[in-house]
Ligand binder design. Structure first.
Ligand SMILES: CC(C)(COP(=O)(O)OP(=O)(O)OC[C@H]1O[C@@H](n2cnc3c(N)ncnc32)[C@H](O)[C@@H]1OP(=O)(O)O)[C@@H](O)C(=O)NCCC(=O)NCCS
Length: 351
C-alpha cells in the first residue's frame, strides 16, 4: 500500500497563502453584493519525480469539474478556485496557479484568461510589450531568451503560450498591484499590461450589422481629414457584408472594405482601410491588407488595387504594391474616380 502523503512545509505555506487570498476575494465580492464560493473542483495527481527530483506534494491537473463550475456560473455564483487540488484519495496537492488558470480556461472553453502579476506585463527585449503574437512569444522562449523575461514572470509567459496555443484566444498579463488595473483592462479601450494573442488573422472578422455605426464613428475623423472617402451610415450598411473589422479585446480598432467589380472578377480593391490612431504603427494595417489579399487570392482574383491620398508611404512599404496610372482602373471605377475628384494615387499588386 502507498503510504499517505505527508504534509510538507511548502504545501502548508501554499494552503495558508491561498486561503488568505481566497478569503480576501470572498470578502471583497461579498461587500459588492456578489455571490461566490470556494470550490473543490480540481482533481490532481502528483507531478512525481522529474530528473531525479521528487516533487513531493506538488501536483498537476488531472481533471476539472467543468459541469460543477458551469452550474455555479449559470446561477450567478462566482467560483473561487484555489491552486490546491485533491488526488483520488482526497489528499491535498499544490498546483502552479498559472497552469491551473489555463487548465480551467480550457475546461470552461474560455476565450480569455487574465493573469495578475508582479510586474506591468511581459518584458521582451528590455521593455514591456503591449501585445505579443503567440509565435513571437514562442520564439523568445525557445531561443533561450528567458533571461529577458524576469524569473518571476517566466511561469506566466510559459502558461500564456500554452493557453493561446491550446485555444484560449487571448491571455492578458496585468500588474496585480495596480489598484484599478483589472477594471481598466476590462472597461477601457486602451487596455493595460501585455496581451498575448493567437494567429495573425485571429483578430479579424467579418463585420456585422451591429458594427455599422462603430465603423462610421471609427472612420469619421479620417473622412474629415480627407484620408478616406465620405461614406454615409446607409452606404456602410449596404457594404457591411464586404467590410472586415479588426478587434482587440472586443473593441473595434481597424477596418477594411473589399470592393469587388462585377464587370471584372479578376480585380478587386482594398478600400476604407483604417486603423485607430492609438493603434497605428503596430502592424494592424499591414495585417488587414495581407488578409484582404489572401481572401481575394483564395477567391481567384489576380490583381488587387488600393487608392490613397495620404498614406502613400504605407502602400509603398507593402510588398508587391506599385503605383499605376488611374487610367488602368476598371471602367466604372475610373468614372467614379473622375467624379470624386480626390485625385488619389492608385496602387496595384498582382496576387
Ligand atoms: C494607412 C494605415 C491603415 C496604416 O495602418 P498601420 O496599422 O499604422 O500600418 P502598419 O503598422 O501595418 O505599418 C506598416 C508599415 O507601413 C509604413 N507606414 C505606415 N503608416 C505610414 C505613414 N503614415 N507614412 C509612411 N509610412 C507609413 C511603415 O513602413 C510601417 O512600418 P514601420 O511601422 O515598421 O515603419 C493607417 O495609417 C490609417 O488608418 N491611415 C488613415 C486612413 C488611410 O489613409 N487609409 C488608406 C486609404 S484606403
Amino acid at each position: 500500500m502507498v503510504p499517505a502523503l505527508r504534509m510538507n512545509s511548502t504545501l502548508d505555506l501554499a494552503i495558508r497563502a491561498s486561503s488568505r487570498a481566497s478569503h480576501q476575494i470572498l470578502e471583497a465580492l461579498t461587500q459588492s453584493g456578489l455571490k461566490c464560493t470556494i470550490t473543490n473542483s480540481v482533481r490532481s495527481t502528483p507531478i512525481g519525480v522529474i530528473k531525479g527530483v521528487d516533487h513531493l506534494r506538488s501536483g498537476k491537473v488531472d481533471r476539472i469539474d467543468a459541469e460543477f463550475l458551469d452550474h455555479l456560473i449559470s446561477r450567478n455564483i462566482i467560483p473561487i478556485i484555489q491552486p490546491i487540488g485533491f488526488d483520488r484519495n482526497g489528499h491535498t496537492l499544490r498546483i502552479n496557479s498559472d497552469l491551473l488558470a489555463i487548465e480551467v480556461a480550457f475546461a470552461l472553453k474560455a476565450t480569455k484568461t487574465i493573469f495578475m502579476a508582479e510586474l506591468d506585463g511581459l518584458e521582451l527585449d528590455g521593455s514591456i510589450a503591449r501585445q505579443i503574437p503567440v509565435d513571437s512569444l514562442e520564439k523568445s522562449l525557445e531561443q533561450n531568451r528567458e533571461s529577458t523575461i524576469p524569473e518571476n514572470m517566466l511561469s506566466k509567459a510559459q502558461n500564456a503560450l500554452a493557453g493561446v496555443k491550446g485555444g484560449v484566444a487571448r491571455v492578458h498579463v496585468l500588474n496585480g498591484h495596480i489598484h484599478d488595473g483589472l477594471i481598466r483592462e476590462v472597461f477601457s479601450n486602451e487596455g493595460v499590461g501585455t496581451l498575448v494573442y493567437g494567429n495573425e488573422y485571429q483578430q479579424i472578422r467579418k463585420a456585422t450589422r451591429a458594427d455599422v455605426t462603430l465603423i462610421y464613428n471609427l472612420t469619421s475623423g479620417s473622412v474629415e481629414k480627407e484620408e478616406l472617402a465620405l461614406r454615409s451610415i446607409e452606404s456602410i450598411e449596404q457594404e457591411a457584408p464586404n467590410f472586415y473589422v479588426y478587434e482587440i479585446d472586443g473593441n473595434l480598432v481597424g477596418c477594411v472594405l473589399i470592393k469587388r467589380f462585377p464587370e471584372d472578377a479578376s480585380t478587386a480593391e482594398i478600400n476604407a482601410l483604417f486603423v485607430h490612431p492609438m493603434h497605428q504603427r503596430q502592424g494592424i494595417g499591414s495585417n488587414l491588407t495581407k488578409f484582404a489579399c489572401h481572401t481575394l487570392r483564395d477567391e481567384g482574383a489576380t490583381r488587387v488595387l488600393a487608392l490613397s491620398t495620404q498614406s502613400l508611404g504605407f502602400f509603398e512599404s507593402m510588398e508587391g504594391f506599385e503605383e499605376i496610372s488611374p487610367e488602368e482602373l476598371p471602367k466604372r471605377r475610373l468614372e467614379e474616380y473622375r467624379i470624386g475628384k480626390r485625385n488619389s494615387k492608385v496602387f496595384a499588386k498582382p496576387l
